[in-house]
Design a protein around this ligand. Structure first.
Ligand SMILES: C[S@@+](CC[C@H](N)C(=O)[O-])C[C@H]1O[C@@H](n2cnc3c(N)ncnc32)[C@H](O)[C@@H]1O
Length: 496
């Protein structure tokens, strides 16, 4: 019952313009944020249809329910999971179920459509939230890509090989592919449900949007290194970082919200993460000069944002003036977090991300940060990624439903540079890593869309020749080479 009460409260507050849906969900301190998020999101999306059903069946009069609560219950009964909680509400809703179902069926006949989604107003359908593929990250702390693919094939899914272009991510039925950009990512048709699947329950797979997998993948901390996840809950990126670090090293994860951290702790346990240390702490108050953080080399900063990139939470009815105030205060918080992160003495790289489409929270924050921190520069990211940061910050990535089939997202990677080398060579761009390298390569003898093998071979060669800018600093061999070069230069200068 608590879930329905909370969801109704949030929808009412949002209608009264007391905050954006995403912020209200996160601020609710509800234990299962994901579940609440999904219910609020979907009820909000179908709001006008639900209202029509409720009004034409006179549900409020007969049940004395308040409108927002009625919407949440009718959504779950007719379009969602079916009312899960017991108690008086379930009994009451079951009494009205046939009338409500009949009204929904009548609406569909009248509008000559067969799916619930087709009833949505055109403006909502245009956002295409229901058309987003289902992305599944394979948790390499618990399993391998091969084993996961094999398991899913035995479970009735049909593996189509590795995708090579955006259209390959438009899938039907039980078809699935491996993503062309992220090596541990599988892609399924929209609405493929995994919440009750063994692989999900056992922590072998993580349900995570493709764009949200970018930050940890691009930061790419080496196993054994010391890393901070500054605003970490509910922890999807934390578990991704731990997988990349192979659970070796130290992963400090901070979040202000104790409840979200508690949920995160359970998720990390299920994902087999063991290199982490969680702290219910304001990241801005973490002392960069404290001895325990002296070896921090990598930071992932995914701070609170407007959430305007989350397809289902886009709010067309918001007040532009209030929005501007909110964006300014978010941007100033985000810049403070960034500046704070860059103060860690041994920091090499910091990845910054938001699920916002507003330049105020993205390119403008990064521009101000670079002006205030001349010792850092942007790393050009994934040359093959189809959507770039707004000019002139084209080193950064953007993501959107139309260009990348993901939620709206922004990522920037900052790295420390030493004096005298302040121009970034384009050929140092972080390229998509070879996705054929074991243990992630797909099982042999499988169907792949044409050209994928050649392309991945090419990217492997590029990777070897021109590794990511930050990575060049970290290998002993290149360090030695650099020292040698510097000595040579010095010698030449003396001779001259
Ligand atoms: C966008 S969410 C992070 C999502 C997370 N990175 C993930 O992938 O699962 C932002 C988080 O920042 C937390 N937060 C906000 N201000 C903070 C601060 N000053 N210090 C630490 N965490 C903060 C919020 O509680 C929220 O959980």
């Amino acid at each position: 019952m608590a879930l329905y009460i909370k969801a109704a409260e949030i929808l009412e507050k949002a209608d009264k313009k007391r905050g954006a849906l995403k912020t209200l969900v996160y601020d609710s301190k509800f234990a299962n944020i994901k579940q609440l998020f999904a219910l609020v999101c979907e009820t909000h999306k179908f709001s006008s249809i639900l209202q029509e059903i409720i009004e034409s069946t006179k549900l409020l009069k007969q049940t004395k329910l308040q409108m927002h609560l009625a919407k949440v219950l009718v959504y779950d009964l007719l379009m969602g999971q079916g009312i899960k909680c017991g108690g008086s509400w379930k009994a009451m809703m079951m009494k009205h179920r046939s009338r409500l179902q009949a009204e929904l069926a009548r609406m569909k006949i009248k509008r000559k459509v067969s799916r619930n989604e087709d009833l949505l107003p055109a403006s909502v359908q245009k956002l295409g939230g229901d058309k987003l593929p289902r992305y599944v990250r394979v948790n390499t702390l618990k399993t391998t890509m091969e084993d996961t693919v094999d398991y899913l094939k035995r479970d009735g899914f049909s593996y189509q090989g590795q995708a090579s272009r955006l259209d390959d991510l438009t899938l039907k039925g039980k078809d699935f592919v491996r993503d062309m950009h992220l090596p541990d990512l599988l892609v399924f048709s929209p609405k493929t449900h995994f919440h009750d699947h063994f692989l999900y329950k056992a922590g072998h797979i993580i349900l995570q949007d493709k764009a949200s997998c970018l930050p940890a993948f691009l930061l790419d901390p080496t196993p054994g290194s010391h890393v901070i996840d500054a605003c970490a809950a509910p922890g999807n990126k934390t578990s991704h970082l731990a997988a990349i670090m192979k659970n070796k090293g130290k992963l400090f994860a901070f979040d202000l919200d104790a409840k979200r951290l508690a949920t995160m702790s359970t998720l990390l346990l299920r994902a087999g993460v063991s290199c982490h240390q969680l702290a219910n702490q304001d990241f801005l108050k973490v002392d960069p000069d404290s001895p325990q953080y002296k070896d921090i080399e990598y930071i992932l900063l995914d701070p609170s944002c407007s959430g305007s990139g989350m397809v289902c939470l886009r709010d067309d009815t918001s007040d532009p003036e209030k929005d501007q105030d909110r964006l300014s205060s978010l941007a100033s918080f985000q810049l403070r977090c960034l500046n704070h992160g860059l103060r860690f003495p041994r920091l090499k790289r910091l990845v910054y991300s938001t699920c916002s489409i507003h330049s105020q929270e993205n390119e403008e924050v990064i521009t101000s940060c670079l002006q205030q921190n001349p010792g850092f520069r942007l790393v050009p990211l994934l040359a093959q990624w189809p959507e770039r940061g707004l000019e002139p910050l084209t080193q950064c990535l953007r993501a959107s439903i139309s260009k990348t089939r993901t939620h709206g997202f922004f990522v920037a990677l900052l790295e420390k540079h030493s004096e005298g080398e302040d121009t970034v060579r384009q050929d140092q761009a972080v390229h998509i890593k070879n996705t054929e390298v074991t243990p992630h390569s797909p099982p042999d003898g499988e169907k792949r869309p044409a050209a994928s093998e050649d392309e991945s071979e090419a990217s492997e060669t590029e990777d070897r020749q021109t590794p990511a800018a930050g990575q060049t600093d970290s290998t002993p061999a290149t360090k030695k080479k650099k020292r040698k070069n510097r000595k040579k230069k010095k010698k030449a200068a003396t001779v001259e």
